[in-house]
Design a protein around this ligand. Structure first.
Ligand code: AHR
Length: 524
């Protein structure tokens, strides 16, 4: 009988959902309490030599009819500047562990292969100098991944000497001859990529000995990076929740705890993609509400992973000196029909906007440990910010989430308590809303509220402790359908619109559209 009642209740909820009245959720924000800084680097990007992520996406070459500056597309640079990209991870991914930097400098660039991603020709026309020029154009920091898989410590050490020394060594003179006399700034260094898998299938112990060698010898000589601006070294960490990654994490962290003066790390990476079924990946367009809810349920597993690995790290690093760097995350769907399956081309919908917000909020709530993250990937690959087709460019719903979250970069986390309520689809149950708050450097309060429910709007009432709100306004991103996308023909299907809240009796109230991401700032 009880089971029948539950089934009846579920059917009632499912059928009634599109027509039901708005739900109500109360948020309590205690402005007098601030937590950790939400590091701007959690809004980092990842650009791999994969499909059209680099070639066509960033690099068109100086002779192209597409407007460019020294070969780098101007439209893409302008779009990325607007989201204040803090750092870009390059050249991979799996590509990094087969990348030999010398092939990408100087006037003669050999054509090589890209065996990981479609077996296509890698022209090497976009190499070290082009990457750093691109970063200069968008004002972002470099996150270089060195080749631990098929390279040597010497090759990686010479790359860093070439890039960073101010002394007149042969490598520095070669750098100058290639157009850059001054040392480059390299803020972040990844020591290997997925070394437990595509990066060489290493055991935790084998990787840890490699890590010590690379950490010791791959030096940054830039005189401006010797004291408080030192290069941040990131070790390979776990990839999802498989049991083998507990052992991996313990081994690397234990080695760190016992480390000698001669080597060090500052971060441990975590890779975790949102996929319900790797063998039968979901489509990125034309999907049902069921696939919407299943993907969002899967994406919320990030919370458990971040908590689990943070707790493991606490054991060896209670002072939280080592950052958990989620340097590959995002939705991974089936390749778009007709595309090269090795190019990982997918569309990006309102579902991805919600997914991005939920993950960014998880990182913000763990800001004391998660101090860097890189969504995969920036352009034309997986959950991209930007899609291009020759001279055309379109900004995705995920791009707009990053734009709306700019005020959260380096803001101080402010605790929000709320009873999220639930949204149900079939047997998938999700929190109806999610929210974070933060105070920026000027003391302004920012709130992000996500309405996960694709059918019902939510009436939000915000009670503030420690502040009397006069008004609040910002932007909201929603769409006609969960699978609405911005295409080259309809680039403005999913774009943010203004929203404001009413202030009354010290409380703010606003109505959130179904399936929406909203960011508002509060005036006092
Ligand atoms: O982002 C695509 C690939 O996913 C990366 O190259 C690899 O590190 C991961 O498995």
């Amino acid at each position: 009988m009880r089971a029948l009642l539950v089934i009846f209740a579920l059917i009632t909820v499912t059928l009634a959902a599109p027509f039901a009245a708005a739900q109500k959720v109360d948020l309590n924000v205690d402005v007098s309490k601030t937590g950790a800084k939400i590091d701007r680097n959690i809004f980092g990007q990842f650009a791999e030599h994969l499909g059209h992520g680099i070639y066509e996406g960033i690099w068109v070459g100086p002779g192209s009819s597409i407007p460019n500056t020294r070969g780098i597309r101007n439209d893409v640079v302008a779009a990325l500047k607007a989201i204040k990209v803090p750092n870009v991870r390059w050249p991979g991914g799996c590509f990094a562990d087969e990348y030999h930097w010398r092939k990408g400098i100087g006037p003669r660039r050999p054509e090589t292969l890209n065996p990981n991603w479609g077996g296509v020709i890698e022209p090497n026309t976009f190499g070290t100098h082009e990457f750093l020029d691109f970063l200069d154009q968008i004002n972002a920091e470099a996150y270089l991944s060195v080749n631990v898989g098929s390279g040597t410590p010497q090759e990686a050490a010479e790359w860093l000497e070439y890039l960073t020394t101010a002394q007149p060594t042969a490598l520095a003179k070669e750098r100058a001859a290639n157009g850059h006399p001054a040392p480059y700034r390299i803020a972040f260094l990844g020591i290997g990529n997925e070394s437990w898998d595509c990066g060489g299938n290493m055991s935790p112990d084998y990787y840890t000995s490699q890590l010590k060698i690379y950490s010791r010898f791959v030096r940054n000589f830039n005189p401006a990076q010797q004291e408080d601006q030192q290069m941040f070294k990131i070790a390979v960490g776990p990839g999802g929740g498989e049991p083998r990654f507990a052992d991996w994490t313990e081994t690397v962290m234990k080695a760190y705890q016992n480390h000698q003066w001669s080597w060090d790390i500052n971060g441990l990476s975590l890779h975790n993609y949102t996929v319900v079924n790797w063998e039968k990946k979901f489509a990125s367009v034309g999907f049902s509400e069921s696939e919407y809810s299943q993907i969002l349920k899967a994406t919320l597993e990030m919370e458990g992973l971040v908590s689990k690995y943070s707790a493991m790290m606490d054991k060896y690093d209670p002072q939280k000196k080592i950052a958990l760097v989620v340097d590959e995350w995002g939705a991974w769907y089936a390749p778009l029909p007709g595309s090269n399956p090795g190019f990982l081309v997918q569309q990006n919908s309102q579902r991805d906007a919600i997914l991005a917000a939920l993950n960014l909020n998880i990182f913000a709530r763990h800001a004391d440990r998660v101090r860097m993250a890189n969504i995969a990937q920036m352009i034309n690959v997986l959950q991209a910010m930007i899609l291009t087709d020759k001279e055309k460019m379109v900004l995705t719903p995920t791009y707009y989430v990053y734009k709306m979250y700019v005020p959260f970069q380096d803001a101080a986390f402010v605790p929000v308590t709320f009873n999220a309520g639930t949204y149900m689809n079939g047997n998938v149950m999700l929190p109806r809303v999610d929210a974070i708050a933060a105070k920026d450097k000027a003391g302004k309060l920012w709130l992000e509220i996500t309405n996960v429910d694709p059918n019902q709007s939510v009436e939000i009432e915000v009670a503030l402790t420690g502040m009397t709100a006069k008004s609040a306004a910002g932007e909201t991103l929603t769409a006609p359908r969960v699978d609405s996308v911005n295409s080259f023909d309809t680039p403005n299907m999913v774009v943010p619109k203004p929203i404001s809240a009413k202030a009354q009796g010290g409380k703010l109230s606003l109505r959130l559209e179904p399936k929406s991401v909203t960011v508002i700032s509060v005036e006092q």
